[in-house]
Design a protein around this ligand. Sequence first.
Ligand code: VTB
Ligand code: MG
Ligand code: MG
Length: 326
Amino acid sequence: MQGSRSVVARTLTLELARVTERAAIAAAALRGQGNEKAADQAAVDAMRAELNALPIDGTVVIGEGERDRAPMLFIGERLGSGGGPRVDLAVDPLEGTTLCAKDMPGAIAIMAMAERGSLLAAPDVYMQKIAIGPGYPPGLVDLDASPADNIAALARAKGVPTSQIVAIVLDRPRHGDLVAAIRATGAGVRLISDGDIAGIIFTNSPDETGVDIYLGIGAAPEGVIAAGALRCIGGQMQGRLILDTLEKRRRAQDMGIGDPNRKYELTDLARGDVTVAATGVTDGALLRGVRFKPGVIETETVVYRSATGTVRRILGEHRRAERNAD
Ligand code: VTB
Ligand code: MG
Ligand code: MG
């Protein structure tokens, strides 16, 4: 990746939009069908085909599917037409399979790409995460502090009472105690059924989203991809893999994870020049969903690039619909 590295990376930045567009269109064709696996498979196949057309020497370091046996772009899979830059790929072809299957808001196709060795290579396990927006002193909140302490620190720094803080949390039985602890401070909890990449990104613009902090346990792939986006737009994040069985610890060890309890900072999750692209599948607060219109398919995509902090929103009008709807 010598001298031409940054030029190649810049060119590829916009190529990623094509990848997530195609995955989103494929999944959107199955919106509301109640078939999560079929929608996921369609997104996976489309993403794989489009990545294989890119002039990259890519390796999937973060994929989804082991955990729930979803059809996956598997960890270690090599992608690209070869010859180009050596890159890490972190993919979630359909983030929010249930949202897509039920045609509920917030399903997206998303992936991150970075120079080889830049993205945390982790098994598809759960991850404890915390994230807040930009503009706060480093270390203001901490994964190992209590929810009450984190919310108090955030409220103080923001200059508001804790009752004006809103935490976004995945709606899961495992978060019962966490939700109670947050509410005990007077803060509000916004529960989401799925989609914690967007949940983390929401903390970046509290004035628009009303969300100040992400807390709780989601999946590791989503954690790494969210970190890639935050590397571009700012904000703080920490994560810790939940390696609660011997088998998971072994898998992690095989992937080079020495300390199973390590607390990862943002740049441990995603360092260097990271590009993240996402296309809406169903309508959501982050992105509009795919629109199928006579003769044209419309998409909305966002591309984040950490090297420059540039965010691009791309509205696609796809007229060769039969190709894209495959
Ligand atoms: C998490 C979350 C994702 O699925 O992976 C969740 O990070 C699965 O968690 O955003 P459960 O096993 O508790 O359902 C998503 O919500 C969608 O992939
Ligand atoms: Mg997925
Ligand atoms: Mg997902």
